[in-house]
Design a binder for this molecule. Sequence first.
Ligand code: GTP
Ligand code: ZN
Length: 316
Amino acid sequence: MTGTVYKSTGSWYTVKTMNGKFYECRIKGRFRLEGIKSTNPIAVGDKVQFELETKNNTETGVIHRIEERINYIVRKSVNLSKQTHIIAANIDQVFLLITIDNPPTFTSFIDRFLVTAEAYSVKPILLFNKIDTYDDEKLHEVKYLESIYRSIGYECIEISAATGYHIDKVKAMMEGKVSMFSGHSGVGKSTLVNAIEPSLELKTKEISEQHMQGQHTTTFAEMFDLSFDAKIIDTPGIKGFGVVDMEKEEVGDYFPEFFALKQDCKFNNCLHLKEPKCAVKEALENDEVSYSRYRSYLQILEGEEETYRTDNWDKE
Ligand SMILES: Nc1nc2c(ncn2[C@@H]2O[C@H](COP(=O)(O)OP(=O)(O)OP(=O)(O)O)[C@@H](O)[C@H]2O)c(=O)[nH]1
Ligand SMILES: [Zn+2]
């Protein structure tokens, strides 16, 4: 049998098959030792093969194979062992909720998020929420940010989770896909999910309460089917999108507009800092690259991410 992992709690995995049945599955002892170095060999979103087994009149599954992942996101455990924990796999897209105030979302945060999404190969979409609350000045700021991110190729949608404005657009983008929602605490993630699918509110509350009570020591995620052929992965306790370790040389590759220019830099290992004949710096001087994007790039390069790392930026 084949199915998708919807939930994992320690050693048991809830797997949903194509015909909509859920099975509680575990992994064969030996299987655990193989493959990826992480605290969990299988994560929510994984496609698995399993065999049924009947013990004491209950039917459970034994997983013997994981399909290759299109992508996966991880978090490093905070303890000294620094082991990797796979939060979720096979994610089609992640919506980043952005608010201009209450709370403010800074471009440095947006850009770090986008770099991480690029590094994970997960498509990011920017949602400017709480549009109903902005005056002309704030709306102008939204338009300005949209112009920056649209010019790079990122999709931007103005929404109001509270009034329902453009929720239809978000739903249309979710059809047939596995989505995640991300953003600072208070940007309106729960409100949005509730606007998309009211029946889901209770379920997500329940699991975040369980999480708060500390019944689960590791971060855990859960997948939900929506009523309109869409799936979401909820990750209570994780507000951001994890952290990827990367080499200095790699960072620029995850800024798509820099990556596109890189071939025109004199040096093929150009870090776009003080090198002569750097196409990125030239574009910056000609206003073809946004200054805020370049500033974020420098911050990431300089390792200022230390202050944002795991605890601050993906867990609040
Ligand atoms: N006016 C207005 N208020 C909103 C909107 N979206 C969310 N809010 C309000 O903003 C507050 C925070 O929203 P939540 O949905 O709890 O935010 P969250 O991102 O889930 O926050 P955490 O659970 O802390 O991560 C609530 O009081 C919501 O009612 C919006 O579009 N317009
Ligand atoms: Zn360069």
